[in-house]
Design a protein around this ligand. Structure first.
Ligand SMILES: NC(=O)c1ccc[n+]([C@@H]2O[C@H](COP(=O)([O-])OP(=O)(O)OC[C@H]3O[C@@H](n4cnc5c(N)ncnc54)[C@H](OP(=O)(O)O)[C@@H]3O)[C@@H](O)[C@H]2O)c1
Length: 331
């Protein structure tokens, strides 16, 4: 079987290799999954460079999430599991950019095999992140404003959809004006552009109202600019730093309006949550993928043999959607 591997940390084009390995055998509590689709997320690119919160011992397989079919089970696992399409829980204990992966039975959650396979392959990381960001830190009353940076990201798209269902309003910061119309059509209540002066745009969007929750994926100047628009007791959650900048708030915003600042990492939640609760959460979100509430565009799919092209595409600015590895035929 083939897998993508790194032997050293560095730029993806220099360090990611396709290697041939023996087919892994599932242990008693494990299942063997034949991978079908697996996205490339920004965190994968960070991990390859050694800049992520998790640094596996090298050499290491890579790839965090995805779906596949169970093709073999260990002695303690029911044989009926064979043939199920499963989501591999993205707890970074296994790597998904390989033809076949062994995972603990608890980390292989059955999903609807009739649903769109690419949307299902992306369920593991971003929809659950959006769900947890919206509900883990603060109870928001209907009509409350949720602001978010990185408005064109997949996470932000899921936040817009989930916020809408809960009657929350979203204010989205993007860096490309051409993204405004699409986000408004998708249900965003306001979209502002970070390469223009944000202050008049925020004033126009919010009027006399204030933001209750700021979800920050980018760091950098937009966070500082949004600071004065955060309401008394508002919450700021830093969950990504894709601009490479820092999260800077004016101390008078933090002190005099009693702001609460938190970090969020999905892996922490997976590490401290029971397998039953993890499975329940994915099952609940899966129904929203199946009914079309949670969708993210797909820019392209590639076989793992084309990893150089795929990884370069995933790293590109202004992508039209997610880039995935796919094990289905690419005619
Ligand atoms: N903490 C957690 O547990 C957790 C979980 C999931 C995701 N995340 C983080 O959430 C963020 C979004 O992830 P995703 O998978 O949803 O992203 P994605 O769909 O792959 O999209 C990438 C986003 O980053 C933006 N971007 C890229 N470079 C940027 C820069 N230099 N300055 C500002 N924006 C930039 C892109 O804007 P353009 O469209 O303009 O290119 C796009 O909105 C990432 O930082 C990711 O690591 C964190």
């Amino acid at each position: 079987v083939k897998r993508l591997q790194i032997d050293t940390y560095g730029k993806a084009r220099d360090v990611v290799r396709l290697v041939e390995c023996d087919q892994p055998e599932p242990g008693p509590d494990q299942v063997l999954v034949a991978m079908e689709a697996s996205p490339i997320n920004p965190s994968d690119l960070l991990l390859i460079q050694g800049w992520y919160g998790h640094r596996p011992q090298l050499p290491a397989g890579i790839g965090t999430e995805g779906v596949g079919r169970i093709v073999a089970v260990g002695s303690a696992v029911r044989e009926q599991r064979i043939g199920h399409r499963v989501l591999v829980v993205p707890n970074l204990k296994q790597s998904t950019w390989q033809d076949r992966v062994v995972v603990h039975d608890d980390d292989a959650i059955s999903v609807d095999a009739s649903a769109d396979i690419h949307q299902m392959a992306m369920l593991g990381v971003n929809p659950i992140t959006a769900d947890l960001l919206l509900r883990s830190f603060v109870d928001l009353a209907p009509g409350a404003w949720v602001a978010q940076t990185g408005g064109t990201s997949a996470v932000a798209g899921y936040v817009i959809a989930l916020a809408k269902r809960s009657g929350l309003r979203t204010l989205n910061v993007v860096r490309r004006p051409e993204a405004i119309d699409g986000l408004l059509e998708a249900g965003a209540d306001a979209v502002v552009v970070s390469d223009r002066d944000l202050r008049p745009q925020l004033k126009e969007a919010l009027g006399g109202e204030r933001i209750s929750l700021l979800l920050d994926a980018t760091a950098g100047a937009p966070v500082t600019d949004i600071g004065p628009w955060l309401g008394h007791g508002a919450t700021v959650v830093s969950y990504g730093g894709i601009s490479g900048g820092t999260v800077a708030l004016n101390p008078s915003d933090i002190i005099f309006r009693n702001l609460h600042v938190h970090g969020f990492w999905q892996k922490h939640w997976l590490d401290v949550t029971t397998p039953e609760e993890i499975a329940r959460t994915y099952t609940r979100l899966q129904t929203l993928v199946v009914d079309g509430t949670l969708q993210t565009p797909v820019a392209a799919t590639y076989p793992i043999a084309d990893h150089q092209t795929a990884l370069a595409h995933a790293a590109r600015s202004g992508r039209s959607g997610k880039v995935l590895f796919s094990w289905q035929s690419h005619e």
